[in-house]
Design a protein around this ligand. Structure first.
Ligand SMILES: [Zn+2]
Length: 319
């Protein structure tokens, strides 16, 4: 029973098992943290034919669209394997196979110029993610997230000098001998919340979304603010609704481009909606019946994709 597995003997929510149910979260992958400081081992793995490389180019992932599978290349699939040393990130291992992200120069044409020996194409994970299996989607999300960070930290934020990759790609160090600042991978915390009041829940939509799609409310946590305060503020800004209680549920990496979604459920009063900013095109209270219909692909309301924590929060409320 779903409900039983979510609660321990003390009656509290088991956030870990909830997080493992979220898309883009891989519970079986070993990040090999200790190996990041072992450059000899890393070089050995870069040349090992059993190792696999997950290319990322212009924030897109390499996909075999016929099979709808992530492409994990071997060193022999890469035309210039000597380039791997400076442009890979050790992701980790699974079943004795080591995986690397391979960030490719955005100005090149990796397939047209035959840097990669493959017929696959680079696709947007946000689009193809719902069609991939969980293992592929989570591996691509990890590779995409860390490659985006590399792309945006090629220069030191302290002195402006170039930075170089270190610790198997988990650190960039300023090349200036005086500055030498260390830059670690970052993610941006954001809250996402399913607000409800008895038989209604509060969903909003952005103008650029496909017609009929409504989702849970979300926004970035600001400096000097707790995640819980961000929930109160975002819900009020986007809908004018005041939260009375909230519960943390679980989190999900969301590399579009670099967020960590902190999922909450909140209870509010059933008041009129008044949008205080223009972030949303529309926000509405939906009945539980409308949402159950939408989960079954009935009615006009459309919900966010299966692999999103937003969908999980909505499904959890409908149970
Ligand atoms: Zn510097």
């Amino acid at each position: 029973m779903q409900g039983d597995s979510e609660r321990s003997g003390t009656g509290v929510i088991d956030h870990l098992s909830k997080a493992f149910q979220n898309g883009l979260v891989n519970s079986a992958f070993d990040r090999d943290v200790q190996r990041r400081d072992d450059p000899d081992w890393v070089v050995q793995q870069l040349n090992d034919v059993n190792s696999r490389f997950i290319p990322v180019w212009r924030q897109k992932n390499l996909i075999d669209v016929d099979e709808m599978k992530a492409m994990a290349l071997s060193p022999t699939d890469i035309a210039q394997p000597e380039t791997l040393l400076d442009s890979t990130v050790l992701l980790g291992s699974h079943e004795r196979r080591t995986y690397f992200a391979f960030f490719m120069d955005e100005n090149c044409d990796p397939i047209g110029e035959k840097f990669l020996h493959t017929d696959a194409t680079f696709e947007d994970l946000r689009r193809v993610g719902p069609m991939l299996d969980d293992w592929d989607a989570s591996l691509l999300a990890y590779a995409k997230g860390i490659c985006f960070w590399h792309e945006r930290h090629r220069f030191c934020g302290v002195c402006g000098s170039p930075t170089v990759s270190s610790k198997a790609g988990h650190l960039r160090r300023c090349a200036d001998s005086v500055c030498g600042a260390s830059h670690f991978p970052r993610t941006d915390p954001a809250i996402i919340v399913l607000v409800h009041c008895e038989e209604h829940c509060l969903l909003g939509r952005q103008g650029r979304w496909p017609e009929g799609v409504y989702s849970t409310l979300a926004g970035f946590v600001e400096p000097g603010e707790s995640a819980e305060q961000a929930v109160l503020r975002e819900v009020w800004e986007e809908t004018g609704i005041r939260i009375e209680q909230m519960w943390y549920q679980s989190s999900q990496p969301w590399p579009f481009p670099s967020s960590l979604m902190l999922g909450f459920e909140a209870q509010a009063r059933f008041d009129n909606i008044c949008r205080n900013d223009d972030e949303l095109e529309d926000a509405r209270w939906f009945t539980r019946e409308q949402v159950i219909d939408a989960l079954a692909d009935r009615g006009a309301l459309r919900l966010p994709p299966q692999f999103s924590i937003s969908r999980r929060l909505i499904e959890g409320w409908c149970r």
